[in-house]
Design a protein around this ligand. Structure first.
Ligand SMILES: [Zn+2]
Length: 269
């Protein structure tokens, strides 16, 4: 176990700088990002299947497990095929436990930036899309199950829908201020909204972790998944100041620190 101590790591200047950089970037580009992001977030929340299809464009090599199509790369790999089918069955069982009415289509995207993500909400008109990076299938079973349960919890909690509504509200506030007061207030509103964004994401991620642990009735997969993350960060070459001595990514402003996630998962185990 890498870190199971109860001591909280001390905050250094390297922990604070990324927040300052994020605020500065928001002041310059925040409003543009939000205006571009709102239509995308709308489609992701309400029409996830078309949003995922558009994003991935069904390129060759991606597998749509929902229709039990196995791509060419996996055809000669019966073990991987059965893992994928087992995963679909697991996802179907889990969505009922989480109260999700919509079907969940699993997409494998070898170039996905994260191990997994889930697109959609309880308000989705069609299937919810779960995108998993192929490497997730080589995780130990309990870690893959935690990853899936965490991502499905986001859909069950309507997090995508909330992010869309929140972004829309900020844009309306900015337009109203620009109209009634001055457009120069927009960068200030963007900077002021940064702590709100961080806080919203922090609690959405923590709640998804806790919901996953609850529905799986074990924190084992969560703990080893986060420890894998810490280990990976500590093994990175040219780590610089980006990673803490515990292996936490200081540039990730939107998740609780891995060491904190491990701590609250241990409490729940
Ligand atoms: Zn998450």
């Amino acid at each position: 176990m890498i870190n199971n101590s109860n001591t909280t790591p001390s905050t250094t200047i390297f922990d604070i700088i990324p927040y300052g950089v994020d605020c500065a970037q928001r002041g310059i580009l925040g409003v543009f990002k939000r205006v571009i992001g709102v239509p995308t977030l709308f489609f992701q929340a309400f029409f996830p299947d078309s949003a995922v299809a558009k994003r991935l464009s069904y390129p060759e090599g991606y597998v749509l497990l929902d229709d039990h199509e196995i791509d060419v790369e996996c055809k000669d790999n019966p073990e991987l095929q059965s893992t994928m089918r087992r995963t679909q069955t697991f996802v179907n069982g889990l969505r009922f436990k989480l109260g999700i009415q919509q079907e969940v289509a699993i997409y494998i995207n070898p170039t996905h930036g994260q191990a997994g993500s889930c697109i959609g909400s309880r308000a989705s008109s069609n299937k919810i899309g779960m995108i998993l990076n192929g490497f997730a299938f080589y995780f130990p079973q309990e870690e893959l199950e935690f990853l899936i349960a965490h991502e499905l919890s986001h859909a069950a909690h309507n997090d995508g829908l909330k992010v869309w509504a929140y972004n829309l509200a900020i844009i309306i506030a900015e337009m109203a201020t620009a109209y009634c007061l001055t457009p120069y207030a927009i960068p200030l509103i963007e900077i002021a909204s940064a702590p709100l964004d961080w806080t919203f994401c922090y609690f959405a991620e923590k709640n998804a972790d806790l919901s996953a642990i609850k529905v799986l009735r074990t924190a084992e997969g969560a703990i080893s998944f986060f420890q894998r993350g810490q280990k990976g960060n500590l093994n990175k070459e040219n780590r610089g100041d980006r990673f803490s001595p515990e292996g936490d990514d200081r540039h990730d402003l939107f998740h609780p620190r891995l060491s904190e996630r491990i701590r609250y998962c241990i409490v729940k185990s």
